[in-house]
Design a protein around this ligand. Sequence first.
Ligand code: NAD
Length: 505
Amino acid sequence: MTNRFQVRDRFADGAQFIGGLPRQGTSGRTHAVVNPATGEEIHRYELAGAADVDAAVAAALAAFPGWAGATPGARSDALHRFAEVLAEQAADFAYAETLQCGKPIRLSTEFDVPGTVDNTVFFAGAARRLEGVSAGEYSGDHTSYVRREPIGVIGSIAPWNYPLQMAAWKILPAVAAGNTIVLKPAEITPFTSLMFAQAARRAGLPDGVINVVTGAGPDAGEHLVGHRDVVMTSFTGSTAVGRRVAEIATATVKRLHLELGGKAPFLVFDDADLEAAVHGAVAGSLINAGQDCTAATRAYVQRPLYDAFVSGVAALMETVRMGDPLDPETDLGPLITHSHRDRVAGFVDRARGHARVVTGGEAPGGELKEGAYYRPTLIVDAAQDSEIVQSEIFGPVLVVLPFDTDDEGIRLANDTPYGLAASAWSRDVYRAGRATREIKAGCVWVNDHIPIISEMPHGGYKASGFGKDMSVYSFEEYTQVKHVMYDNTAVARKDWHRTIFGDRC
Ligand code: NAD
């Protein structure tokens, strides 16, 4: 990396971005951002409290009329410039994302940052395609049409696993549609959300359109969700916190978009390309150290391929290189924190009593022992109703189970509370097609697992939430439709007035 900057200098003015300016938080509490690869403190900052949230919402409210009233073309131009600034700063973004998350620099450079730039370009274009769908004389005497309007100030809350992409997924459709926004990133990963807001300002987006408050969930987060000037809450995070957010948002009658946890099944039929499935399972379960809501977590493999699949995945997992996330040769970095690593280890340790760990199942020692690392882990012989199969682990852990009939495979794939993503592996178009229809998830891949694209929606079924990120479908969340109805008769005494006036009409 040639473009490193000193985090302490870059965020010396504070980890809040309100009304176009960096600010210190005023909660009276600080947070230390720790490098998960080393355990060293990178930066300490003042957390946002309720007063900072109030200031950010006020800035967003003040910016709303101007931004909502801008032409779609003007918003589109601003977002195109934004994409250019992001692309110019790509190396800085990748470095900061890797530093705070511990994700391999290859992932930040080849996935997180270009994905975000592409998303920005997509929404720059989509901003000009916002439209109402109908116009006509449905009553005979009136012309009706639908206006699609921005809603107001959006309050968004994001998780730590893909901080830059999550900021982009929340902010871009909201502002492309003419809303203004206050984003609360996870307090352990504030840097790239702040850089995203700074880049928007540099690109010329008006002050107050994008605000970032970095505070603790139960404190700044709940205040943002309950704020009376915030008209919509868009939350991405765990299902448990999503429930709490829903309670608060419902009490204040807000629009709600919830992107929650996942436990994606990976369904391998006996005619699948084994090599493709093995590679897909290892890459799909280890991406971002398994801290991906769509990661492959439960592989169901039809009996004839089961043994070969298990030995193939174990062998391939053992070739994965753990190391310094800033080293381009590193395949797998640490988990986000030491406590999260211990939580993942706890799931595996509790499974040992009734299942078998084929490979992994421990933290590496040696040079990596100070970091929050955990080895790629493969588990077999677990029961379908066991914790390791049912709960979201959010680590580099794959469980493999056998199945016999196609009916059974699809039933097992659907047998968790979650429904975010899934994949089906088969060379038979009819088998794969059946799986795409019958698996209850917001995304089903065929013969692949993980790729996402700006043009297509991302969002859950069941306990994985509701509403869509990315694509034009996200505009359904961030706009409201208004029916406008014009009288065409120019008649003072209308037929329907008989319901009031009777024959005196
Ligand atoms: P989390 O639920 O612990 O936290 C998410 C965000 O909510 C953070 O910003 C946190 O500070 C905030 N928060 C915590 N308590 C809060 C409260 N009481 N009120 C308001 N805000 C509160 O999740 P996490 O550990 O940061 O992220 C991992 C989770 O996110 C996983 O469950 C993962 O599946 C999910 N996720 C889902 C998607 C998706 O698109 N469905 C994408 C990424 C991550």
